[in-house]
Design a protein around this ligand. Structure first.
Ligand SMILES: *Cc1c(COP(=O)(O)O)cnc(C)c1O
Length: 226
């Protein structure tokens, strides 16, 4: 098992390396391993192989894993949609980064609870860059305004940048376009302190990096068993 995970991880790291130097020697990309299709044993093994940052897309799963793997110095990211009834739970967990802040309404609700608990949270604004009904996130047209509004109104949320999921299609051009749209917004937000552009999953991370992503969220490619 360990050998398979080692091979998967090495392959992903190698591919990231190839793609990132195409952008620039100085373009550093962070890898967040997404454990949702996997188990705690595999996460532990990946830790032994050197991986430190992990992501989960459900608050309950995140809670369980953070607790069971508490003895390891891991960095946890919440990458999935947050239901409003899970806000308090997420705040308790203190993830390093909440990557799926997907509306002004959620930001306001989250900020209010954070204020009550006298706590802060780092977050990324999720952008629905291909304008897909099935996906959450703010629209491309509103992204910059909403980002500014959250920064202004929600003093307990530290916005660190943007997150997006590539267009759901086999057409590489369309996927690339969705990444370019997100990266373009990210560039405009750099003046407002944005430093993270989270794009790219197992099927499209190399393309995402070439489009400027500096954080990839990879699950199946790392945790697959063969
Ligand atoms: C599951 C998930 C990933 C990882 O997906 P893979 O295709 O398995 O790499 C990345 N981001 C989010 C938001 C996810 O839910």
């Amino acid at each position: 098992m360990k050998e398979i995970l080692r091979k998967n991880l090495d392959e992903v790291i190698w591919n990231i390396e190839q793609a990132r130097v195409e952008v620039s020697e100085h373009h550093i990309v962070k890898l967040v391993a997404v454990g949702k299709y996997s188990d705690e044993e595999s996460i532990k093994t990946l830790y032994e192989l050197g991986q430190r940052a992990f992501g989960e897309n459900q608050v309950q799963q995140l809670a369980t894993r953070m607790q069971n793997l508490e003895s390891l110095p891991l960095e946890w990211h919440m990458i999935g949609t947050l239901q409003s009834n899970k806000i308090n739970k997420l705040i308790e967990l203190r993830p390093v980064l909440f990557q799926a802040l997907d509306s002004l309404k959620l930001a306001e609700a989250l900020d209010k609870r954070l204020a009550e608990k006298n706590q802060k949270m780092n977050a990324l604004l999720q952008i629905n860059s291909a304008n897909e009904e099935s996906k959450s996130g703010v629209s491309v047209d509103e992204a910059i305004d909403i980002y500014a509004q959250i920064q202004e109104e929600c003093s307990n949320i530290n916005l660190k940048g943007v997150m997006s999921i590539g267009a759901h299609t086999d057409d590489t051009k369309e996927i690339q376009k969705s990444f370019e749209v997100t990266h373009n917004i990210y560039e405009k937000l750099k003046n407002s302190g944005a430093s993270i552009c989270s794009m790219g999953m197992s099927n499209d991370y190399e393309l995402a990096i070439r489009c400027g992503s500096n954080l990839v969220r990879i699950g199946s490619q790392i945790f697959k068993k063969r």
